[in-house]
Design a protein around this ligand. Structure first.
Ligand SMILES: [Mg+2]
Length: 265
């Protein structure tokens, strides 16, 4: 049985980024399944926290199971779910929502009880996200709705997205397109904004100072978690290098080569 080493075994709750931390694409990273099993055996609450709003929790559960990581849908918290929760909490009866985005955000809003519309004149709220099927027509409806006074939320600010062929436009590129057309800026929910961290802490039920964020990206995982009052661990299996992590402000509380650095020897 794998156990976490001190001081990591003392945290009451964990927020865990996925891409670059647990896996790259479909390849699990060293220690990933042992790490999650250690948390499960110790009955330590955790959430997988991702800015990626394109997939549903069910899709993540399936993908993780293929990597020998076995969790329920309640362990997955995406910027799409955080956005749907935010709309629910902030606008009690918002009417139909106009979405520029994919399945992840559409399903999250529908599961939260919202009707979706493709028409600017019906929408009082616009939600934008990564959208591989974005069209001029869809962006034009969003622009008309925003210019007509609809509230505008953005699931996550990531400007680019790593694909097999290289860097391609991400959610933030859709946002930039709509900003150019509307001369407005959206309320952003995903990391590093406080919205997603506050909601994740509510779900975990743990105080920020006893909760730790484990991530690979300094300007989202580490910056956002530090701002929300959490402890931070940067793992070097994804985006950040050791030099970048050591030079970053706020500096991560711990910098680890990989997840094996969390275990008792
Ligand atoms: Mg990551």
């Amino acid at each position: 049985m794998t156990r976490l080493a001190p001081p990591f075994d003392a945290f009451q709750g964990w927020l865990i980024d996925m891409d670059g931390v647990l896996y790259h694409g479909t390849r699990p990273l060293p220690g990933a399944s042992s790490f999650i099993r250690a948390l499960q055996e110790a009955q330590t609450p955790f959430l997988f926290l991702t800015n990626n709003a394109t997939r549903t929790p069910a899709e993540y559960v399936q993908r993780l199971a293929q990597m020998d990581i076995h969790v329920g849908e309640e362990a997955i918290f995406t910027s799409a779910l955080a956005t749907a929760r935010y709309v629910q909490q902030t606008y009690p009866a918002p009417g139909p929502v106009l979405v520029v985005g994919g399945n992840g955000i559409r399903v999250a809003l529908q599961d939260a009880g919202f009707a979706l519309t493709d028409r600017a004149d019906q929408a009082r709220i616009v939600v934008s996200a990564m959208d591989v099927d974005a069209t001029y027509a869809r962006c034009a409806e969003a622009t008309l709705a925003i210019r007509g006074g609809a509230a505008w939320l953005q699931t996550n600010p990531d400007r680019t997205f790593p694909s097999e062929r290289g860097i391609v436009p991400g959610a933030g590129a859709i946002q930039a397109f709509l900003e150019a057309a509307t001369e407005r800026t959206p309320l952003i929910i995903g990391k590093p904004q406080p919205g997603i961290f506050q909601q994740a802490l509510e779900l975990l039920g743990t105080p920020p100072e006893a909760t730790v964020m484990l991530g690979d990206r300094l300007e989202t995982d580490i910056l956002g978690a530090h701002g929300a009052g959490l402890k931070t661990i940067c793992v070097l299996t994804g985006i950040a290098t050791r030099d970048q992590a050591q030079a970053y402000h706020p500096r991560p509380d711990w910098i680890l080569d990989d997840l094996n650095g969390l275990f008792r020897k």
